[in-house]
Design a protein around this ligand. Structure first.
Ligand SMILES: Cc1cc2nc3c(=O)[nH]c(=O)nc-3n(C[C@H](O)[C@H](O)[C@H](O)COP(=O)(O)OP(=O)(O)OC[C@H]3O[C@@H](n4cnc5c(N)ncnc54)[C@H](O)[C@@H]3O)c2cc1C
Length: 338
């Protein structure tokens, strides 16, 4: 019998497992995919580092930049920086491996199997994989945007609450600055996030229904600005993009289950930042489980950082209007610091 089963060994699942193991609650992580490079910018902002300072100290390779360049739909270019720290760009292969290894070292168990079905049986969770079935007392859904745990308990994220990203890992841009270029014809942005040995170059659109031609738009941008780069990998990925505050009010924890990270929809819709909320969720979910009160998580995440996501969902309604976005850029230029 498993005490706590965690489906998904990304940042949310691994960090939750680490904190549980530290508190002598033996967790089992289910994930067959590691080590793997998740399609992701891997950007960790100074404000994220402020919330979890260990991110600055992680002993893995990353690129660091003093400034981040954002370009408005009309071409206004602003460089923002922070007095607190630099912008960090991680490879998700390295970051996720580090977090998972750390959890396992602390005492978490990794089962390299994909969860294919979940049912309740006599007050327990029956977890089915391709190889066998397991019984668990408590269940943590850390299995990303298409979470099977979420689907089985509160229902999948609606397609209107998902965005689509498309991109490449390229070589030849490792000295470039970090660039976020907001799009003119749709709500979203293009990004260039240089890492130590390669660069994440991608494009994201907030609405699945308006994502037609996304790859073409990115390819035109690359041809125009970076014709010399070597494309090593190509990917498409979904990202939670909550449009309605009501979705954030759906409970993400019950008496014996918790949803965390992307599975909970905890990604800023303004900038697509999700690594920090996945980690914070992992820590807070562990706290609720150690307190023997998983439901407590509903309150903990809102108290800790919920205001940021609620603010960003509201802000998004304005940012999706181009003139307001330009005004927002004026404001950032005026402050020129974040
Ligand atoms: C294109 C893109 C760019 C992004 N850029 C950034 C960025 O620059 N900065 C930032 O902060 N955030 C970024 N994000 C968001 C960030 O990637 C996520 O918010 C973060 O990874 C969430 O972590 P997680 O652990 O909740 O989920 P994930 O990292 O998605 O991990 C989920 C894990 O669950 C596993 N899993 C799924 N289903 C099952 C199953 N049935 N059984 C077992 N295992 C399963 C998967 O294999 C995976 O390892 C980006 C997202 C995308 C898509």
């Amino acid at each position: 019998m498993i005490n706590v089963a965690i489906v998904g060994g990304g940042p949310a699942g691994s960090y939750c497992a680490y904190h549980l193991a530290k508190n002598d609650v033996h967790p089992v992580i289910f994930d067959p995919t590691h080590p793997r490079e998740k399609p992701c910018g891997g950007l960790v902002s100074p404000s994220a580092q402020k919330m979890l300072p260990f991110l600055k100290e992680i002993p893995i390779e990353r690129s660091e930049r003093k400034t981040l360049c954002i370009i408005s739909p009309y071409g206004k270019r602003i460089r923002i920086s922070s007095r607190y720290s630099r912008f960090l760009c991680f490879s998700r292969l390295e970051l996720d491996k580090f977090l998972l290894d750390t959890a396992v070292k602390e005492g978490a168990e990794l089962v390299e199997e994909k969860v294919t079905a979940l049912t309740r049986k006599g007050g327990m969770w029956k977890i089915k994989t391709a190889k066998r079935s397991y019984l668990a007392k408590r269940l943590v859904g850390a299995d990303g945007v298409n979470s099977i745990v979420r689907k089985s308990i509160v229902g999948a994220l609606d397609s209107k609450d998902k965005g689509l990203c498309y991109g490449y890992l390229v070589e030849g841009l490792e000295d470039e600055e970090i660039i976020l270029k907001f799009l003119f014809h749709r709500v979203g942005y293009l990004w260039v996030i240089p890492r130590k040995s390669h660069t994440s170059l991608g494009i994201g659109c907030a609405n699945l229904s308006r994502s037609y031609g996304l790859k073409k738009e990115l390819d035109i941008f690359i041809k125009r600005h970076y014709p010399h780069v070597k494309k090593n990998a190509e990917w498409a990925a979904l990202i939670p993009h909550i449009k309605d505050i009501k979705t954030l009010h759906i409970p993400v924890a019950g008496t014996d289950w918790i949803l965390i990270g992307d599975a909970a929809g905890h990604v800023s819709p303004v900038v697509g930042e999700g690594i920090i909320y996945a980690l914070l969720d992992g820590e807070l979910a562990a706290e609720a489980i150690v307190e023997n009160n998983p439901k407590l998580f509903n309150r903990l995440w809102k108290e800790t950082y919920g205001w940021i996501l609620f603010r960003d969902v509201k802000l998004m309604k304005w940012i999706s209007k181009k003139p307001f976005l330009e005004l927002f850029f004026q404001y950032l230029k005026f402050r020129s610091l974040v």
